[in-house]
Ligand binder design. Structure first.
Ligand SMILES: Cc1cc2nc3c(=O)[nH]c(=O)nc-3n(C[C@H](O)[C@H](O)[C@H](O)COP(=O)(O)OP(=O)(O)OC[C@H]3O[C@@H](n4cnc5c(N)ncnc54)[C@H](O)[C@@H]3O)c2cc1C
Length: 187
């Protein structure tokens, strides 16, 4: 049983996984290989002069794995509610988790099948997003969402930041106190 399953390893999902794994929460991160970011050349990501989308995505996944997230490079076929959490099925395997973070980019169908409330998107070229509260929670208990599929502006600095925000909120809820992750220079 993983504590947190993150569906989607673009900037939103991988950024969330960096935080949850680094906080010691067992994390599984799924990537179905459909990240829109893989077609981008980025010149507006704060702190990075220029990076290709594929390089940003691969670096993000590596960073999450370095902190202990398990990467599964497979499409999630279904998510089902169980007594203790969720069963996540891919073509090859089945995974259990207590919490789910949906970070599926421009694809909302997986969450909709689970009963997550959706609404029309406002961002260009995005059709449907999930209705989330300010924390990132959906209407389905223990299912959170971040990034493009949660309706934020479709820019890597924003989707990555939203993934981090939602992860910090979920970690804080699990721990029952606000979480902060600050590494300090020179220690
Ligand atoms: C051509 C192009 C150029 C762009 N240029 C810029 C730019 O210059 N600057 C900028 O800031 N932004 C740019 N963007 C936008 C940027 O790429 C997105 O805003 C942002 O990266 C989206 O992040 P995300 O994590 O929400 O979604 P995505 O990067 O789309 O990631 C979604 C993830 O969900 C996964 N997924 C979906 N369904 C499933 C499933 N069933 N099972 C498993 N995994 C699943 C995908 O595989 C992927 O890993 C550009 C986008 C495009 C298309």
């Amino acid at each position: 049983m993983y504590e947190i399953a993150i569906i989607g390893a673009g900037p939103a999902g991988a950024s969330a996984a960096i935080f949850t794994a680094k906080a010691g929460k067992s994390t599984v991160l799924f990537d179905g290989g459909t990240s829109a970011t893989k077609r981008a050349l980025l010149k507006n990501h704060y702190g990075v002069t220029e990076i290709t989308g594929p390089d940003l995505v691969e670096t993000g996944k590596k960073q999450a794995a370095q902190f202990g997230a398990e990467l599964v490079d497979e499409k999630v076929e279904s998510i089902e509610k169980t007594e203790n959490g969720f069963t996540i099925k891919t073509e090859q395997g089945s995974y259990e988790s207590k919490y789910v973070i949906l970070a599926t980019g421009m694809i909302a169908s997986l969450g909709e099948a689970l009963g997550v409330k959706a609404k029309p998107a406002t961002e260009p070229r995005v059709k449907t997003v999930f209705a989330v509260d300010a924390q990132g929670k959906t209407n389905v208990p223990n299912v959170w969402a971040c990034g493009t599929v949660a309706g934020v502006s479709m820019h890597t600095i924003i989707t990555a930041g939203d993934g981090a925000k939602v992860a910090v909120n979920l970690i804080s809820e699990i721990d029952g106190k606000r979480w902060v992750d600050h590494d300090v220079l020179g220690k």
